[in-house]
Design a protein around this ligand. Sequence first.
Ligand code: KG4
Ligand code: ZN
Length: 340
Amino acid sequence: MLVLGIETTCDETAAAVVQRAEDGRGTILSNVILSQVMEHAKFGGVVPEIAARAHVEVLDAVIAQAMDEANVTFEQLDGVAAAAGPGLIGGVIVGLTTAKSIALVRNKPLVAVNHLEAHALSARLTDNTAFPYCLFLASGGHTQILAIRGVGDYVRLGTTQDDAIGEAFDKTAKLLGLGYPGGPQVEQEATRGNPRRFPLPRPMQHRKDADFSFSGLKTALRLEAEAIAPLTDQDVSDLCASFQQAVVDVVQDRLRSGLRIFRAQYGAPTALVAAGGVAANQAIRKVLHRLAFEVGTVLVAPPMELCTDNGAMIAWAGAERLALGITDPLEVAPRARWPL
Ligand code: KG4
Ligand code: ZN
């Protein structure tokens, strides 16, 4: 089964062709990603209108390149998948409408994929991970712990009550005058800093649920920074290290709780799966490894280019749905909000 996938929910214009074999194994034939990060960096974050216009400008070329690299014609496709949300609505409309046009003109089935579902299923593309597994989705827009029990069968065990984890990294970077996106810069600074210098809170720690909160941590960091301003380079490094350590401690505590809930309700998970840009953080990866070991399972962390937003995960989620005979009508609507 050959599926074209289109991703335009945020600031990446992406398209990919993925093959799903009869036995459920996946192969990525092409995976083209054009990041707009430089266009948004000067504003310190993604500007929705700029993002939507940029998708319009480059999507056709990105799709053409993905088809070309995969050496596949539109006729050979078994379906066309696009992320229909959640995300910035202008971008979602661009991607979904393009997918509808291709499906209509080429007479192919359309699959409207939930972007979060695509993150959730990508471990099956890269590692052929069996159900049920525990997913830690940690990106700029989402922080969730999910029980992935089957295609379309997702149970949310925990989520954030305020900021997303990547957003906390980005806001910290902004506050300290580091660039955008902030995660990699904060991680870099943290390697030179003292994680014990600033006593930052560990929000939600020791609660029985698996929910997160990052806004208190952000405020505490701001107050510490204001108290010692103007900041030296070492202050910035120490603030980054203290912040990252607090986040790592929070992830450890909340995910431990989430894994406990998972086991009580669904038995042992086949894996702990990490997805989203924040999963690139080495300190966070280390704690995920430890947690997986602790509960007697393995950590599956897809390679970085498949952890962050990409077209292959959309194509794959489309293929998984198509294999079950699930398709969508051309009238399907784009959705800014679409919880799993
Ligand atoms: O999944 P992603 O590429 O896009 C979405 O948000 O959907 O995630 C981007 C987020 C940003 O907030 C970025 O700062 C964060 O992931 N990030 C990191 C690291 N690399 C990216 N956060 C912490 N440490 C990193 N090394
Ligand atoms: Zn994403």
